[in-house]
Design a protein around this ligand. Structure first.
Ligand code: UD1
Ligand code: UDP
Length: 380
């Protein structure tokens, strides 16, 4: 075709959830070599937890800035990403940058791209709590990224309406579904056919024992300190109340999480503190667990698709679709509320059945395809 050329698309990401949600977009771009040359640039704001995802999807980086430092501050990450990308863009200027979500890598990569005058596509655009510090810093990261982006890939109609309310032009917004469903579909099919080789330290005997598994994750900055203590106390109370159940907690590598969690939860026979799981074993476990207790963003989207109830240990959510679907419930970090709602799921079969109907308000597994189609059309 006359005038047609291959467009370079740099997917810039740094943390576990960004890698999971950009992997399907990369795989779709790779399928279309006549139109696109995708580049994987890692800030590596996370190291081990990012590498776990690179392995799960068999991805190789084109550039790896390797920025993670133990106990880094948001300012450290902000300054280092902007600087590293300034240098990289001076050497190599992609046609478009794609970022995903609401981490500090996302906002700063969008900022650095703006400084280099490179158009930015924002995957998972338009999520909002409208509460400045909750979640912190993610709510402002995504609002600021929306100011800088040129292509807004909204996962749902509600996300699009948030962007319209901020005067983003309608012809720059596309409702695509969330790519996490694409990623989950890819991995769930694999692990249902071939259960993953479990990481060392994974208590696989609990799966074969038939005991009910409550799967726990937590890492939100606004919960650091008193919030985490309260969450841990609730878990202890639940473990004591349900000795026949297993409380499996892959503990996030942030030291602000590990300190209270290991201090308060170590030594209970039915609380299993393990290292962060690779995406395959984690999906496998989500698919087998009874319900989840989590403050994670991505898990609020994955749980409805798998029909697993999730009690969200946060005061706000930018994913109200999960609440409307009935699979997620906001329980905050208040110990009695967590215990009450978790006990309800354990004891009340009717409530459990109501919350465990599989639904997919976040997408149909074809979000990456739509995003790449839009890029092809827009870059023509
Ligand atoms: C980050 C994001 C958050 C996202 C979360 C997903 C920011 C400010 N926060 O939070 O939005 O929801 O990732 O998990 O962008 N660490 C390791 N190895 C790892 C990962 C982290 O050792 O693979 C430790 C390091 O000490 C690091 C610290 O955790 O300094 C904090 O990492 P950071 O990315 O700054 O924040 P998270 O809490 O992981
Ligand atoms: N996840 C994982 N291993 C774990 C815990 C979570 O692979 O031990 C996956 C989970 O399925 C989801 C993503 O990591 O897709 C969520 O990441 P996280 O909670 O760290 O970030 P958030 O989504 O809150 O930004």
């Amino acid at each position: 075709m006359a005038g047609k050329r291959v467009h370079t698309i740099a997917l810039i990401f740094g943390t576990r959830p960004e890698a999971i949600k950009l992997a399907p977009v990369f795989l779709e771009l790779v399928r279309r070599p006549d139109e696109f040359e995708p580049l994987l640039w890692l800030t590596a704001q996370h190291r081990q937890m990012l590498d776990q995802v690179m392995t799960a999807f068999d991805l190789r980086a084109n550039r790896d800035f390797n920025l993670m430092r133990p106990g880094q501050s948001i300012t450290d990450v902000t300054a280092e990403v902007v600087k590293a990308l300034e240098e990289a863009f001076a050497q190599e200027k992609p046609d478009v940058v794609l970022v995903q979500g609401d981490t500090t890598t996302v906002f700063t990569a969008a900022l650095a791209s703006f400084y280099a005058k490179i158009p930015v596509g924002h995957v998972e655009a338009g999520l909002r709590t409208l509460t400045k510090y909750s979640p912190f810093p993610e709510e402002m990261n995504r609002r600021l990224t929306s100011r800088l982006a040129d292509f807004h890939f909204a996962p749902t109609a509600w996300a699009k309406s948030n962007l319209l309310a901020e005067n983003v032009s309608e012809d720059q917004i596309w409702v695509t579904g969330n790519t996490v469903i694409d990623a989950l579909d890819i991995i769930v099919d694999q692990v249902r056919q071939n259960p993953p080789v479990l990481d060392e330290g994974f208590p696989s005997e609990i799966i074969t024992s038939g005991r009910r598994v409550v799967l726990i994750t937590g890492h939100r900055r606004e919960n650091f300190g008193a919030g985490f203590e309260s969450i841990c106390q609730a878990i202890v109370e639940l473990a004591d109340r349900y000795p026949e159940a297993e409380f499996v907690y892959p503990v996030h590598l942030n030291p602000n999480v590990r300190k209270p969690v290991f201090k308060l939860l170590k030594g209970y026979s039915n609380i299993r503190l393990i290292e962060p799981l690779g995406y395959k074993p984690f999906v496998w476990l989500m698919d087998r667990c009874y319900f989840l207790l989590s403050d994670s963003g991505g898990i609020q989207e994955e749980a409805p698709h798998l029909g697993k109830p999730v009690l969200v240990m946060r005061e706000t959510t930018e994913r109200p679709e999960a609440l409307e679907a009935g699979t997620a419930k906001l329980v905050g970090v208040d110990r009695p509320t967590i215990v009450r709602e978790a006990s309800r799921l354990m004891d009340d079969a009717g409530e459990y059945a109501k919350m465990s109907r599989a639904q997919n308000p976040f997408g149909d597994g074809r979000a990456a395809l739509r995003i790449v189609d839009v890029l092809a059309e827009q870059l023509k």
